[in-house]
Design a protein around this ligand. Structure first.
Ligand code: MN
Length: 245
C-alpha cells in the first residue's frame, strides 16, 4: 500500500491521467495546493477518489503575490482537515519576501487553530528554525509534518522534541544529508512523499508511485526488508489519520 503524503497532482502536465493511475494503484495521496484559490478546482479534480485528499495551501514562494487570497482560507478551512503546502522559504531567491511569508504562514496556522487543528504539510527550506519558532507560537494548530526536512541536526532534534512528523521522499533518501536525517528520525513519525512534479527523477517529474524508490532506500538504510518498512509507514499513516479524527 503506497502513500504519497506530499504531491502536487494538479501541476502535472496531464493531471487527470496521474489521478487515474493513483486510483488504479489504490494509493493514498495528499495533494498539496500552492494558492487558496486552487483548492476548489483541485478538489473537483479528485472528487470521488476516496484515497486522495486535498490540502489548502499558500506556498511560501507565492506568499507575497497571493496574500490577497487569504480571506478564502476562512471559508475553505471549514471544508478540509488538511492544510498544505504552507511554511517559510529562506533560500536566497525567496528571503526578500520573508515578511509576507510570515504573514501567510501565521494566518494559516491561526485559521487552523481556530478550526480545531489541522493536518499541516510544511515547507521549511532555509528557514527551519523560523518555522519551528512559528509552530511553537501556535501549539494548537494541529499535527505538523515537515516535508523534505533540510535543516541541521540540532534543528532536527528540536523538531522531534516538538512532536513533528516527517514526510520523506527520494529527494532525501538519495542524498547523504537527507539519509543521515532519515536515520535520526523516530521510526513511528515517518511517512513517504514525492513532491512531484517538482522533484524530478532522471530528468522526469517524479510520479506518486515513485515513493517506492524512497521505500527501497529506507529499507536498505534501516536494514529491513521492503515489506517491513512498507508496513511501518502504513501503520504510521493509519495512526496519523486517527490523530485527526
Ligand atoms: Mn511541495
Amino acid at each position: 500500500m503506497l502513500i504519497d503524503l506530499h504531491v502536487h497532482l494538479d501541476l502535472y502536465p496531464d493531471p487527470r491521467h496521474v489521478v487515474a493511475e493513483v486510483v488504479r494503484r489504490e494509493m493514498h495521496a495528499l495533494c498539496m495546493t500552492t494558492t487558496p484559490s486552487a483548492w476548489a478546482g483541485t478538489s473537483a479534480l479528485v472528487e470521488n477518489c476516496k484515497r486522495i485528499r486535498v490540502g489548502l495551501g499558500l506556498h511560501p514562494q507565492l506568499a507575497q503575490e497571493r496574500l490577497f487570497e487569504l480571506p478564502l482560507v476562512d471559508e475553505y478551512i471549514k471544508k478540509t482537515r488538511y492544510v498544505g503546502e504552507i511554511g517559510l522559504d529562506g533560500s536566497p531567491a525567496h528571503k526578500k519576501s520573508m515578511e509576507s511569508q510570515r504573514r501567510a504562514f501565521g494566518y494559516m496556522l491561526s485559521c487552523s487553530t481556530s478550526a480545531g487543528g489541522r493536518f499541516l504539510s510544511i515547507h521549511s527550506r532555509g528557514a527551519t528554525t523560523a518555522v519551528l519558532d512559528m509552530l511553537a507560537s501556535y501549539p494548537d494548530a494541529g499535527i505538523p509534518i515537515l516535508h523534505w526536512f533540510s535543516g541541521n541536526a540540532a534543528e532536527l532534534r528540536r523538531a522531534i522534541e516538538m512532536g513533528c512528523w516527517f514526510s520523506v521522499g527520494p529527494g532525501m533518501t538519495r542524498t547523504q544529508k537527507g539519509s543521515a536525517h532519515f536515520m535520526s528520525m523516530p521510526e513511528d513519525r515517518i511517512i513517504t512523499e514525492t513532491d512531484g512534479p517538482f522533484f524530478r527523477i532522471n530528468d522526469q517529474p517524479a510520479m506518486p508511485w515513485n515513493v517506492e524508490d524512497a521505500l527501497r532506500d529506507m529499507s536498505n538504510m534501516r536494514d529491513m526488508d521492503y515489506l517491513e518498512i512498507t508496513s511501518i509507514i502504513y501503520n504510521n499513516f493509519n495512526r496519523l489519520v486517527r490523530l485527526l479524527s
